[in-house]
Design a protein around this ligand. Structure first.
Ligand code: 13P
Length: 254
């Protein structure tokens, strides 16, 4: 389909896949998606599989992303991984502020912003996640929550860094529930995000930023979601764990 911005579909494997399983998955994806040039394709394996998956996709149209990183560059931060370490494996993208990190590991907008600054400093493209909880949607707080997360999580970035940042709108009630936002619900929030980007930065920035939708995306609903004017791709969890599930999302969206 003809879109203003190039679509980007990323698979967030979360805490799934051994190295061997990850290699099986990408070898299938390489086969299925070899001819696709219209869509940017990204896989985000766990840290432990980055090295092997990186080698396996070297000669392909699939790019590598990580699921998190430290806001620090090096030093005494036990258990953390720095942007520079990701670069060693040719990682190009990094998911930041996913709702699971916000909910279970207490990541704040301010921390996400520090991570986004560190990512850009290392020339990694951050995929910054925002999205409301079910009770926030039901309380008509979606726009307020998304506006706050967006402003806070991008704080300190220059305009040109924001242009190179990908936003993922992931309503928390749609993640892993099988209940996706309707295409209209997604479009409404994406348009709102773009309006916020216009007032925080300017129209040019807002026009260039790619906004992915995430939350129960699968082969059967991807096309309708990605057809929306302000939906520029998908961040896929469960359906990205299978060759067929992920490759069909991409094929159906062209
Ligand atoms: P599901 O596709 O499993 O709902 O997960 C979405 C998600 O959290 C991607 O980051």
């Amino acid at each position: 389909m003809e879109k203003e911005r190039k679509l980007i579909v990323a698979g967030n494997w979360k805490m799934n896949k051994t190295v061997a399983e990850g290699l099986d998955l990408v070898s299938g994806l390489k086969r299925e998606l070899a001819n696709i040039k219209e869509i940017d394709i990204v896989v985000c394996p766990p840290f432990t599989a980055l090295a092997d998956v990186s080698r396996a996709i070297l000669d392909s149209n699939i790019r590598l992303g990580a699921q998190n990183m430290s806001e620090q560059n090096f030093g005494a931060f036990t258990g953390e991984i720095a942007a520079g370490m990701l670069k060693e494996f040719s990682v190009r993208y990094v998911i930041l502020g996913h709702s699971e990190r916000r909910q279970f590991y207490r990541e704040t907008d301010a921390l996400v912003a520090k991570k986004a600054i560190a990512a850009h400093a290392a020339s990694l493209k951050p995929i910054v996640c925002v999205g409301e909880l079910l009770e926030e949607r039901e309380g008509n707080k979606t726009e307020e929550v998304v506006a706050r997360q967006l402003k806070g999580s991008l704080a300190g970035l220059t305009k040109s860094q924001v242009e190179e940042t990908i936003i993922a709108y992931e309503p928390v009630w749609a993640i892993g529930t099988g209940r996706n936002a309707t295409p209209q619900q997604a479009q409404d929030v994406h348009a709102f995000i773009r309006k916020q980007l216009t007032s925080l930065y300017d129209e040019n920035v807002a026009r260039r930023v790619r906004i992915q939708y995430g939350g129960s995306v699968k082969a059967s609903n991807a096309r309708e979601l990605l057809k929306q004017a302000d939906v520029d791709g998908a961040l896929v969890g469960g359906a990205s764990l299978e060759i067929r599930g992920f490759s069909d999302i991409i094929k159906n969206s062209i």
